[in-house]
Design a protein around this ligand. Sequence first.
Ligand code: ZN
Length: 303
Amino acid sequence: MTKNIIVLLILLQQFLFADSQTKIIDMHIHSYTDSDFGDREPASDHYGKKSSSNAASHRAETFAAFKKWNIVKAIVSGNPESVETWAANDSNDRVIKGILIFSPHDYGLDSVKFEQMIKDKKIEVFGEIGAYYRGTTLSDSIWQPYLRICEKYDIPVAVHTGGGDPGGTYSWSPKARLKFGDPYLIEDVLIKYPKLRIYLMHAGGEDWPEHALRLMAYYPQLYTDLAVMLWVEPNTQRYITEFLKNAKHAGYLNKVMFGSDQMVWPYAIEKSIIFLNNLTFLTEQDKEDIFYNNAARFLRLEE
Ligand SMILES: [Zn+2]
């Protein structure tokens, strides 16, 4: 009986919280078609939670979370067909079109086709770039034609930092090495394209939070998201809590943006929001900045 009352109170609190939740921009959402749904993720997450059953239900569940939690914009990256499907089904103008890319020639792309996709507004943010998973870095020559185009059209760039899924190197990403997740490996990009809008994904992960923070200090144009770290494992939550404390202490919280990286588990969006909301060392203003204001500035939504 008492247990039931507690459960009810928790549900009530979550309901009220959702209702009053400040606007959110999710800088890190993944889309799929059935052709690649679940290819890179295990059937259950660290906590044993099962994934959505297919690409369509995954999209519906993610859209429901957008509505429930007042997520007004989301950077959606996946294969180009999935991103188009999401945009076509998005009646609330929430989807900002990204592209999930591991190697420059994924999806038969080259720089000419890439530039055309940008002109056609099929790519509004370049990323998530998972160079890490194929053993390259954004500073490598193979990525430079794409970055020059992003600079020319003022397209924001989103780059994976930190490690990947445990065991990934033994399965779908044999060239992935933890060392390739070091944010310092994009330093040459920041120097070559000083006007490029670029953000780190995962804030350097468990591996390189100090390098992420230092790079953001040294290159003030650099932002980061908090994606995956807020929910995927207790260990990432521990690292991201430290990162946020350090970013606040150092005065760089104004370049930190919310992201969930829900992958095939839409419930992770809610879990990430609740985790961030429960960090008591962040003020209400800090949270509003992380959830919305910093991303709105980075994306120049107000213009
Ligand atoms: Zn991601």
